[in-house]
Design a protein around this ligand. Structure first.
Ligand SMILES: Cc1cc2nc3c(=O)[nH]c(=O)nc-3n(C[C@H](O)[C@H](O)[C@H](O)COP(=O)(O)OP(=O)(O)OC[C@H]3O[C@@H](n4cnc5c(N)ncnc54)[C@H](O)[C@@H]3O)c2cc1C
Length: 493
């Protein structure tokens, strides 16, 4: 079997980036996607005249010379995506008890904008921004550099929650009794933060990337998937929709990947962009070490999400060029109530066309319907969904009173939607939880113990646009050699 021939399971960002890179470097790739649309979390969907993004609402470090821009140049994205820079003076606003604290772009600006709320915390703000820079500098792949030895990093075993509690003097904002540390952790839904597990490396890289610069894709993140598919096909690769992989088996010289419709794809190597636990279920006839299987199946996954997508009446609700992370209380890690966004259209004016609301949600709430299929769920599921949506919308309308009159259409998704849509266990948003108290166990590398089988996607390295991009480069590095891959990317960045 030709070792250059590679089957890739899933067309999420990780699957498409690895396919793009490998095909550009001369490999023969075939991407198999179970849905009719490519992109996984990059997908946008249409309801009436409205279009909504599902799982990629804003991205960081896309200014020329910054990490994601440098990587995505190679992938043909940096110069072709239609981006809107978010509000420089507060791309994220952390909202508690009627006060909004801005997280601004640019390090000096970041400090300047928060200082009026915490005038005695100048030193803590300096330490904070310095630490983010240290973390970013200590991560070679974040800077497109070759790691000297292993990928492991000191900050993986430090808890972000402990760093933040030590940082702030405990002074509270007089109006809201919020501490600086609560504000700095206020967008933790972005990385499913948990003070008992979230590593400082993950916290630091994500925040560093967004403070460097924050952007939205005008007209939707589906464009990222479309451009990547176009590129893969241009390089001679194959990208197939409605091909759900049902089985991965060993052939004499390589692999046979069988899809649910009975088609078979032979290849020398296989890359899986789906959740590692789902990957293990597809493997037939392999000897997999019990310890490895147990590790993968026992690792906890990040929370799921309840989302409400609103179509709005024209010219009734203002377009907000920032996200609002609203909290019920100062218990910032556990009491996030919702994230509110108004995504930009292609021709964005001063009014919003749509709004998206997301709130963390546990799978347990929908467990009684876990055996139902999407499109054929029981009636009481819809009653449950509508009730939950009403409660959440009431809270959102309190924060944004003009919104209620502006709403024309309402669309809702739950953890069941996410589970069926991306195949992650219990609809987990970001895959396996990275745990600073046990980084070795919870960090997954692309190379598996089975020769020729690799992981990619958000459970490798980190989730999100930049995390998955770096993870894809690590996966391709296992196949082509990391020095070669980085050299090729740097030549174009
Ligand atoms: C609600 C939400 C909001 C988010 N917002 C942001 C954001 O604003 N910014 C950001 O940077 N990141 C965000 N993220 C994270 C980011 O979207 C993900 O980390 C990233 O897109 C995941 O890519 P992936 O390649 O790992 O997999 P996925 O996107 O999960 O793709 C996996 C693909 O595999 C397919 N598949 C599954 N099983 C099979 C099978 N058996 N056969 C064939 N195909 C299969 C699925 O259909 C899917 O297309 C968000 C995530 C969520 C869930």
């Amino acid at each position: 079997m030709d070792w250059n021939k590679i089957s890739i399971v899933g067309s999420g960002l990780g699957g498409l980036l690895t396919a793009f890179l490998l095909s550009k470097e001369g490999m023969d790739v075939t991407v198999l996607e179970k849905h009719r649309k490519f992109g996984g979390c990059l997908q946008s969907f249409q309801r009436d005249r409205y279009s909504f993004d599902t799982g990629m609402h804003y991205i960081g470090s896309m200014a020329p010379g910054q990490p994601l821009h440098n990587y995505w140049k190679y992938f043909g994205l940096s110069d072709r995506l239609d981006l809107l820079k978010m509000d420089e003076n507060g791309f994220d606003r952390i909202s508690y008890y009627g006060t909004e604290y801005p997280l601004a772009q640019g390090y000096d600006n970041f400090k300047e904008r928060l200082l009026p709320y915490f005038p005695d915390e100048a030193s803590a703000l300096n330490t904070y921004t310095q630490k983010l820079n240290e973390i970013a500098n200590s991560h070679p792949l974040y800077n497109l550099e070759l790691p000297a030895g292993s990928y492991s990093n000191h900050y993986e075993s430090v808890l972000a929650g402990s760093f933040l509690s030590d940082l702030s003097s405990g002074i509270r904002h007089p109006a809201s009794s919020i501490r600086l540390a609560d504000v700095l952790a206020g967008n933790n839904f972005l990385y499913a933060g948990n003070p008992a597990t979230t590593p400082l490396s993950q916290f630091g890289l994500i925040n560093h990337s967004f403070i460097s610069s924050a952007w939205r894709v005008k007209g939707g993140s589906q464009q990222i998937a479309e451009l990547l598919v176009e590129g893969i096909r241009c390089h001679g690769g194959t990208v197939l929709a409605k091909k759900m992989v049902a089985k991965i088996e060993r052939s004499e010289e390589g692999y046979i990947v069988t899809t649910a419709d009975g088609d078979q794809f032979e290849s020398g190597q296989v890359i899986s962009d789906i959740h590692p636990e789902a990957t293990l279920k597809l493997l037939h006839g392999f000897t997999i070490q019990k310890a490895f299987r147990e590790r993968i199946t026992s690792l906890p996954n990040t929370t799921s999400v309840f989302s409400i997508y609103l179509g709005l009446k024209p010219e009734t609700f203002p377009f907000l060029n920032h996200n609002v992370y609203h909290h019920r209380s100062s218990n910032v890690w556990t009491d996030a109530q919702f994230l509110f966004m108004t995504p930009p259209g292609k021709e964005q004016g001063i009014f919003a066309n749509t709004a998206v609301i997301m709130s963390p949600m546990d799978f347990a709430e929908v467990k009684e319907w876990e055996n139902s299929d999407s499109g054929a769920r029981e009636k009481n599921y819809f009653v449950f969904k509508a009730k939950k949506a009403k409660l959440l919308l009431d809270a959102v309308y309190k924060r944004f009173p003009q919104l209620k009159e502006a709403v024309v259409t309402i669309e809702i998704s739950t953890p069941l939607t996410w589970r069926d849509y991306t195949g992650t266990p219990e609809g987990s948003m970001y895959g396996i939880v990275k745990d600073a108290t046990n980084p070795l166990k919870t960090t997954l590398f692309p190379k598996t113990k089975i020769p020729g089988l690799y992981f990619t996607g958000q459970s490798v390295n980190l989730h999100g646009a930049l995390g998955v991009t770096i993870g894809s480069v690590m996966t391709c590095g296992e196949i082509l050699g990391l020095p070669h891959v980085l050299k090729a990317i740097k030549q174009l960045s």
